[in-house]
Ligand binder design. Structure first.
Ligand SMILES: [Ca+2]
Ligand SMILES: [Ca+2]
Length: 476
């Protein structure tokens, strides 16, 4: 089972009691009516402090592109008249505009949203600063997707679309236990925009964007690719998914899409949801391999597995964990004792060994053949292993395979026992069935493979592992 981490934020207040003896009761004396005081002309300390923290960060991260630290900022309160509950201050210096927006809440709970803009220089940045001074940046990609969708909406939907002069304030809303994707939510005057995207190479990211306004009942879904191309998911094209049955499959890390739903007839669909409870169930059922039934809508012509995406509204399990062994490596967290540093042609990190590609490899990074070096796969729960499949060299092509070392013998550690494995000197996956005879099932939460002996490479003294598949069943 997937465990949901619960984060409890404790705010501790110290009340300082002064004095040993009770203070004398103040004597209240009638006084003249207080003289009217001028409206405060200075903002509270908070927004100016948030401004300084943001400017320090920008100077550090963006150097000469960032606003200079010697600028003389002019302050102005721009909170709309009659608006309660939040404050907005604007600071200007030359072509620079810096806006700080924050809710009127207890000081220790305030989060300041900071926007920094210089249209002439083409600079735009948004982030937040909390009451403890912690700064969080809104990724440029999420802002790019946001602005691409706003342009698209104003072109396509004119007066139904969000007004162009709205200020959209963002925050990270990625669920704490969610790996592999990020979610940012922007809001502006009754509008909410959610931008969700997988954590993959920036040029391969597809942003999923949902825009809605409860008051006007406007709702829009679409995607934005890394180049800013907007594709609308047309609600009219959405076919109702009314209790389809199938299984949820996770793709190896580095795949363009994270996984798919495989319907009983073999058809595959990308899947996702905006509902956190449904997301947790989908993630659990993907891990166990359970047969599931799903409800929602399917969209065609989208950048996704087989160009179709199911937006899941409800899911239920029809069975317990899968009965047939599956390759569980895509679920593992990876660690290696050493890694050959990346060079111009490739990188050699541990995840290369579970990305499903024979042409990418984990390569040890020590002097010599790396006997004793290891790679460790840690699973989200207990599994019962039935088979290992390994490709024991750098299998991009025949020449590179034999130019580098191949693993000849390895020790595999699982829970509290170990196995000695021996491999042939050949390309491709070598399957080794794992069973105790006699004995019970091999159950573990991890697999650690230690290099014991190699077939020497003709050119390099680097030992490579193109792929390690751990086949088995989920036991939880
Ligand atoms: Ca690989
Ligand atoms: Ca080496």
């Amino acid at each position: 089972m997937k465990k949901t981490g619960i984060w409890i934020l404790l705010s501790v207040f110290f009340l300082v009691a002064c004095g040993q003896t009770p203070a004398p009761e103040p004597i209240i004396q009638p006084t003249a009516a207080p003289a009217p005081t001028a409206a405060p002309t200075k903002a509270p300390e908070g927004p100016a402090l948030a401004r300084e923290i943001a400017l320090d960060y920008l100077a550090e991260q963006y150097g000469a592109q960032a606003p200079g630290r010697d600028l003389d900022w002019q302050e102005r309160r721009i909170t709309p008249e009659g608006l309660l509950g939040s404050e907005t201050y604007q600071y200007t210096a030359g072509d620079w505009t810096l806006t700080v927006h924050y809710p009127v809440v207890a000081p220790e709970a305030v989060i300041y949203r900071v926007e920094v803009e210089n249209a002439a220089a083409g600079f735009y940045w948004q982030g937040s600063v909390d009451a403890q001074g912690q700064l969080a940046e809104i990724p440029a990609g999420a802002i790019m997707a946001r602005d691409a969708v706003l342009d698209y909406l104003s072109a396509q939907y004119a007066d139904q679309a969000p007004a162009q002069d709205l200020r959209w304030w963002g925050q990270r809303t990625t669920p704490e236990d969610l790996l592999g994707s990020e979610t940012y939510q922007f809001s502006a005057d009754g509008w909410v925009m959610t931008v969700q995207y997988p954590v993959v190479a920036p040029e391969a990211v597809i942003y999923r964007v949902d825009v809605s306004n409860v008051a006007t009942a406007f709702s829009w879904q679409g995607t934005v690719d890394a180049a800013g191309q907007v594709d609308e998911l047309d609600e009219g094209d959405g076919e109702v998914v009314d209790g389809w049955t199938g299984v949820l499959v996770k793709l190896p890390p580095g795949s363009q899409f994270g996984g798919y739903f495989q319907r009983d007839d073999g058809e595959r669909f990308d899947f996702g949801t905006q509902d956190q409870a449904v997301r947790e169930l989908l993630s659990t059922y993907t891990w166990t391999g359970a047969q599931v039934r799903i409800w929602g809508q399917v969209y065609y012509g989208v950048p996704a597995t087989e160009a179709r995406h199911v937006e899941v509204e409800r899911v239920e399990a029809l069975s317990g964990p899968a009965d047939d062994p599956r390759n569980l490596s895509p679920f593992a967290q990876l660690e290696a004792s050493s890694t050959l540093p990346a060079d111009r042609s490739a990188s050699y990190g541990a995840y290369n060994a579970i990305d499903g590609l024979l042409e990418t490899s984990w390569v040890e990074g020590v002097e010599g053949p790396g006997v004793g070096e290891w790679i460790l796969l840690t699973f989200p729960g207990t599994i019962e292993i039935s088979q290992f499949s390994l490709d024991v060299g750098y299998d991009q092509d025949e020449e590179l395979f034999f130019a580098n070392n191949r693993i000849k013998r390895a020790t595999v550690y699982v829970s509290d026992e170990q196995f000695e494995l021996e491999f042939s000197d050949e390309r491709g996956l070598q399957a080794l069935a794992m069973a105790r005879t006699p004995g019970g099932p091999i159950e573990t939460t991890f697999v650690k493979l230690v290099i014991e002996e190699v077939y020497p490479g003709s050119r390099y003294d680097d030992t490579c592992l193109a792929e390690i598949e751990v086949w088995g069943l989920v036991r939880e």
